[in-house]
Design a protein around this ligand. Structure first.
Ligand code: CMC
Length: 432
């Protein structure tokens, strides 16, 4: 598709510079400032990249004002309702929904790559049992590059493809192993007769001493949760993956970098923090106290699972997640979850509070995901791991897009330097 180009003018010290304005298919246009330093010897300044498009992409589109999320043009609601996670992976990686033959080939390739090199299982025992599973994920995913040498050459399309499929296939195995190690149970091998989500639940919750059969309603909810987390445009972890990849680092190292970034409480760690917060609130009568704290400028406390850099409307994923929470609780016969009561009431209070209205703070995906994941049987420490597992496909799709872009170059931001100007080194005898 052709991208329409206009120009904008930039004036500085009496000189006028012509800058290209580029238009995408939807969403805000961008002013191309890539030649600005060369021509005008000035940088632009945008801490936190609040007004900076770091790349051109055809993968995911978000309209934060309207609460819209599209993967390759397909609305998240439709993918979550009618699609599967592996189909979503295909869409993100290859651009369109697969036909039957493509779907079968892809599903089979993923299914037959789920086992991990046996020697890698020894890595886990090097970690303390009380290690956070995200710490284990960062280490073990990075270590894949020490085992799969035949898929680390980023200049070979075939190797890029194998690395991509390997990671989508092996992340659930690694995540389940991190969990099993954490709770002191034996690892459970993947099973090729199960679908992606059922296999993951099986690896997490089966034990050698008894039969385990994944509940199809819970497996479907798990699959849907993976779909909701699969990609989200140029967020912090995705930008980390792109930046790491721009230097030519191997794909496993890049995804490990993404996992490390995702861990933070302002990003993927918010699902864990949101549930901890709901537990701390405990009962609806304590909500006003916490809402007041969130509004107090002198208190660092924030309502976790609220607010988003891009969404200034209800996060479309939060609505689907809320539905999934009801489905899971209903299936498990949990008619009365006190945390769900607290969450619903907190949402109501915040959405009617002037502070949250004025700042356009709405529940994000993490607000209801903790309740759902806890009901599925996961401890809070695993929440961000599940996010990482699902986001891996998004990171890979974005990484591949970057590598395959002929105009790609190493990511190298500049700065506004405010430190000391050049000064002489003083021998220690002359320092006061
Ligand atoms: N509770 C109370 N106040 C908030 C909150 C919140 N959750 N979020 C933002 N604000 C206030 C903030 O204090 C600021 O006020 P002021 O303009 O008076 O200084 C204003 O709203 C704008 O906040 P910001 O931090 O400048 O906005 P941002 O776009 O940099 O931050 C955010 C976005 C998601 C980091 C932030 O909303 C937040 O910390 N939320 C809680 C953590 C969370 O739920 N994160 C998950 C995000 S969704 C999943 C993911 O992407 O990983």
């Amino acid at each position: 598709m052709d991208v329409k180009v206009d120009t904008a003018q930039f004036k500085l010290d009496g000189a006028t510079y012509e800058l290209n304005v580029r238009h995408g298919t939807i969403g805000p246009s961008v002013v191309d400032i890539s030649g600005l330093y060369r021509d005008a010897k000035i940088f632009t300044y945008d801490p936190g990249y609040t007004a900076t498009a770091s790349c051109e992409s055809k993968i995911t589109y978000i309209d934060g004002d309207e609460g819209v999320l599209l993967y390759r043009g397909y609305p998240i609601e439709q993918l979550a309702e009618h699609g599967s996670f592996l189909e979503t992976c295909y869409v993100l990686l290859y651009g369109d929904l697969p036909n039957n033959a493509q779907r079968k080939e892809f599903e089979s390739a993923i299914t037959y790559h789920t086992m991990l090199h046996e020697q890698m299982s020894r890595f886990f025992s090097g970690f303390r049992r009380d290690a956070h599973p995200m710490a284990v994920m960062v280490g073990v995913v990075g270590a894949l590059s020490a085992f799969y040498h035949d898929s680390t050459d980023i200049n070979d399309p075939q190797q890029r493809e194998i690395a991509s499929r390997r990671m989508i296939a092996k992340l659930p195995t690694i995540a389940a192993m991190a969990y099993k190690y954490h709770i002191g149970q034996p690892f459970v091998y993947p099973r090729n007769d199960l679908d992606y989500a059922s296999n993951f639940l099986h690896m997490c919750f089966a034990v050698p001493c008894e039969e385990y059969k994944a509940n199809p309603v819970l497996a479907r909810a798990m699959d849907r949760i993976f779909i909701l987390h699969a990609d989200h445009e140029q967020n912090a972890s995705t930008s980390t993956v792109r930046l790491a990849g721009s230097s030519g680092a191997n794909p496993f190292a890049c995804i490990a970098a993404g996992i490390a970034c995702l861990w933070g409480p302002a990003h993927g760690g918010a699902n864990e923090a949101a549930l901890t917060m709901l537990e701390e609130i405990g009962t609806p009568d304590r909500i006003p106290e916490f809402v007041e704290r969130a509004k107090d400028k002198n208190d660092p406390f924030r309502l976790m699972g609220f607010g988003h850099r891009v969404y200034k409307n209800y996060d479309p994923r939060a609505k689907i997640m809320q539905k999934a929470a009801h489905e899971v609780l209903g299936e498990l016969g949990i008619n009365d979850d006190p945390l769900l009561d607290v969450a619903r009431e907190l949402e109501k209070v915040a959405l009617n509070d002037e502070y949250f209205i004025e700042k356009r703070l709405y529940p994000n995906i993490d607000f209801y995901s903790g309740i759902t994941l806890r009901a599925l049987g996961f401890p809070t420490s695993m929440f961000t791991v599940l996010f990482a597992l699902a986001r891996t496909v998004g990171w890979i799709a974005q990484w591949k897009e970057m590598i395959e872009d002929p105009s790609q170059k190493i990511g190298r931001p500049r700065q506004l330097y405010t430190g000391p100007v050049a000064r002489e080194y003083l021998p220690s005898s002359k320092r006061i």
